[in-house]
Design a protein around this ligand. Structure first.
Ligand SMILES: [Zn+2]
Length: 343
């Protein structure tokens, strides 16, 4: 079996992907027309060109600007999940959404929630998979916005929303500023993650785990530059949601080895994710293939990474057991994995 076919069939969970980075350029242009929003681009091929992180965030703002009606939220969510399932066999995902950014465009909270959840339910019913949503906290906004965001979530209790995450430009918002929002979330049983050690220091990872009581870390590459931090994290079994293409673009594909290889060689527990697949023109299947190359791993080892990522999901214990069984069943149909044990 070709490597590409192998990874498109390998069952996966997807724990680090943002809805605004999952919308196809054609859909963005289509919605810009439908809602009469001028984003200054009409050619889908031009939309996702960027040269630095600021320009990248500007693209996300353009995507957010065109999603206005309940049906738009439903459509982008459905299409994103469908792509993940059909191209990469994602059987369970936790997707970041940021309700605050859509409210800036005057969209009512209820429209955003109802639209996203409708898209999730439609995809779940059609593909027989499960999806949960993570409310993204914009760390560039003042900390009271984060508290407000969590309060809204607690009051509304949308049933597919399972936790919160800290995102946007890391140097613009140190994790400790968001402790109140995270305490509130934890008290209400919401799960917690944060982007840390990506554009900021390794210490942000330690703070996210300590002050914010995060259950996993998104990216976390800077940990490899600080051995004291790194071994403390790996000894404690911290989970990192790593993204091959994004980390490479950030300069982590170095002569002495890719950061994913360093993390794996140091026994860090990582999962493979795509972050913003539509914008960076990738699929989760392709990210697995890249990770294999960067880490010098075998397909069987990659399958084990995929299987173990189930432990890092925020599913209940019984939900994890059911998903593990489903993965084992799918693995048993893949010839390359005939002699590999998954336990
Ligand atoms: Zn991310």
């Amino acid at each position: 079996m070709e490597l590409e076919t192998f990874y498109s069939k390998l069952p996966k969970v997807h724990l680090h992907t943002h809805i605004l980075g999952m919308v196809k350029a054609e859909t963005v242009i289509d919605l810009a027309c439908a809602n009469a929003v001028d984003i200054g681009v009409s050619d889908p091929a031009e939309l996702y060109k960027y040269y630095d992180f600021r320009a990248f965030l500007d693209i996300l703002a353009k995507v957010a600007a065109v999603i206005r009606r309940e049906e738009d939220f439903s459509r982008v969510m459905y299409e994103a999940i469908a792509e993940d399932y059909l191209a990469s066999r994602v059987l369970y995902s936790e997707i970041f959404v940021q309700t605050s950014v859509h409210q800036l465009f005057g969209v009512p909270y209820e429209v955003i929630i109802a639209g996203f959840e409708h898209g999730v339910r439609r995809a779940e019913a059609e593909f027989g998979i499960e999806v949960r949503l993570i409310e993204g906290i914009n760390r560039e906004l003042p900390s009271y916005n984060a508290v407000d965001c969590v309060r809204k979530l607690i009051a509304r209790k949308p049933d597919r929303f399972i936790g919160i995450g800290l995102e946007n430009f890391e140097p613009a918002g140190a994790p400790e500023h968001f402790a109140a929002a995270y305490d509130l979330a934890r008290a209400e049983g919401l799960h917690r993650t944060a982007h840390a050690g990506e554009h900021g220091p390794a210490q942000n990872i330690v703070t996210s785990l300590g002050a914010l009581k995060c259950e996993r870390i998104d990216h976390g590459y800077k940990s490899v530059e600080d051995p004291t931090v790194f071994y403390r994290l790996t000894d404690n079994g911290v989970h990192f949601t790593a993204c091959p293409t994004v980390s490479s673009r950030q300069g982590w594909n170095r002569e002495d080895g890719h950061v994913l290889k360093k993390m794996r060689d140091g026994n860090a527990w990582i999962s493979i994710n795509s972050d913003d697949p539509a914008i960076i023109n990738t699929t989760l299947a392709r990210e697995y293939s890249l990770a294999q190359e960067f880490m010098g791993a075998t397909p069987a080892e990659m399958a084990k990474i995929s299987f173990r990522a189930i432990d890092a999901t925020w599913l209940s214990a019984s939900g994890k057991t059911a998903l593990r069984n489903r993965f084992r069943e799918e693995f048993s149909k893949i010839p390359e994995l005939a002699n590999v044990a998954f336990d």
